[in-house]
Design a protein around this ligand. Structure first.
Ligand SMILES: Nc1ncnc2c1ncn2[C@@H]1O[C@H](COP(=O)(O)OP(=O)(O)O)[C@@H](O)[C@H]1O
Ligand SMILES: [Mg+2]
Length: 145
């Protein structure tokens, strides 16, 4: 599903990732582990386009992709659920979900039933402000979005 070869990433002049290669297979959960500051989040940012990689190859479902910005990677089906959740606190739950529409064609601008099947609490709380949800509920909202 996803194959990285020799991926590198810089923040300015600081090189943070030095030739990372990995393969993630459909139907499995791939986990990247390491001590604080080792570069896990930077790796995920490079994959999701949140920060551009400076070198290396990325193949997604057989397609070699250049470094693309996050919204283009979202079009390709790559989503990033940030550690800090980054829910819009003053928007409703529904509006937070609708924020995910930006990467979809207009005819797909609806919240699929499977989202509410997975996270029934979000259906009940659609009109509540995101910031009023508990931490775990916000985590559900971030994944659902
Ligand atoms: N925006 C940034 N600018 C400069 N350095 C950064 C930035 N983000 C992270 N770093 C540095 O890159 C290294 C890896 O950080 P990070 O990927 O967040 O690690 P992890 O997620 O594994 O804890 C750390 O040394 C961190 O200080
Ligand atoms: Mg991190």
């Amino acid at each position: 599903m996803l194959k990285l070869t020799d991926l590198t990433l810089h923040y300015g002049h600081s090189q943070i990732l030095n030739g990372i290669s990995l393969e993630a297979t459909r139907g499995e959960v791939t986990c990247v582990m390491g001590t604080n500051g080792v570069g896990k989040t930077s790796l995920i940012k490079a994959i999701s386009g949140t920060h551009p990689r400076s070198g290396g190859d990325l193949i997604l479902n057989g397609e070699a992709l250049p470094p693309l910005p996050a919204h283009r990677m979202a079009w390709k089906g790559v989503a990033y659920v940030p550690q800090g959740r980054e829910i819009f606190p003053l928007l409703t739950v529904r509006e937070n979900l609708e924020a995910g529409f930006v990467c979809l064609p207009t005819n797909e601008h609806f919240v699929p039933d499977e989202i509410f099947d997975m996270f029934p609490v979000l259906k009940k709380m659609q009109n509540r402000r995101g910031g009023d949800l508990s931490g775990g509920q916000q985590q559900q909202l971030a994944i659902a979005r």
